[in-house]
Design a protein around this ligand. Sequence first.
Ligand SMILES: Nc1ncnc2c1ncn2[C@@H]1O[C@H](COP(=O)(O)OP(=O)(O)OP(=O)(O)O)[C@@H](O)[C@H]1O
Ligand SMILES: [Mg+2]
Length: 257
Amino acid sequence: MDIIVRLNRVSVIRANGPILKNINWTVRRGEKWAVLGANGSGKSFLLNVVSSGLFPSEGSVELFGARLGERDVWEIRSRIGMVSDLLQKAYDERTIVEDVICSGFFWSIGIYREISGGMRRAARSAAEGLSIGHLLSRRYGALSHGEQKRVIIARALVNDPELLVLDEPAGGLDFPAREELLASVDRLARSGRTVIYVTHHVEEILPSFNRALLMKNGAVHSSGDRGDVLNERLLNEALGYRFTLVEKDGRLWPRHY
Ligand SMILES: Nc1ncnc2c1ncn2[C@@H]1O[C@H](COP(=O)(O)OP(=O)(O)OP(=O)(O)O)[C@@H](O)[C@H]1O
Ligand SMILES: [Mg+2]
């Protein structure tokens, strides 16, 4: 099976010490990974490394079979769709939604190149797939938080990426909005793409996700097949508090003490 991401002994070190410590991780084509960890455990840093936005201090990163630094980074980036809070907050509120989505073609926030008719058609189709086709001509700042999330997901999808990297895409959504977003993620996951989904909430992990990685204090606590990793013992250890799990329709729901 094709290897999409391979991290070999990756560390990210800042003035105060290491943020990521000696990470080994292999993501194969078509796998759906859930990544969980407490606040500050290094999930967003890990995703930034995986999406080629951050070069590690130590270790090597291979994306689509090439070592990061040895192939044009823009060619690599054109194969990755990224969603994060930082991206969601980066747009000027006056930007038209269609332009936000089209900026995904350039891995940028601003638009510095001409948007072709084909790009606009792709933006419409990505928006319609997420039920936000009616918002295309609106100003980004006039949308609700949940609508903006969908716009940022459409932006990530517009280029038909092989790897989709979602950093807490359901953060800040109310229950119905979260469930609707998860239904979209489920459709994407079943489309054969490789997906990495970061969350704090075990119940967001859909049955279509077959692999899981738990982060703790900047290191991998455990990783592997969903069934081997998503259990009370490992999750309690990695997340640092006690809860039990109840399974319903293939999803695990925590019951806190
Ligand atoms: N510029 C920086 N320099 C040094 N440390 C930083 C910097 N930015 C973030 N950190 C620290 O790096 C650690 C990992 O941060 P990261 O954002 O990856 O955590 P996270 O697991 O995504 O957390 P959350 O669940 O809150 O999003 C945190 O302890 C954070 O305080
Ligand atoms: Mg984070």
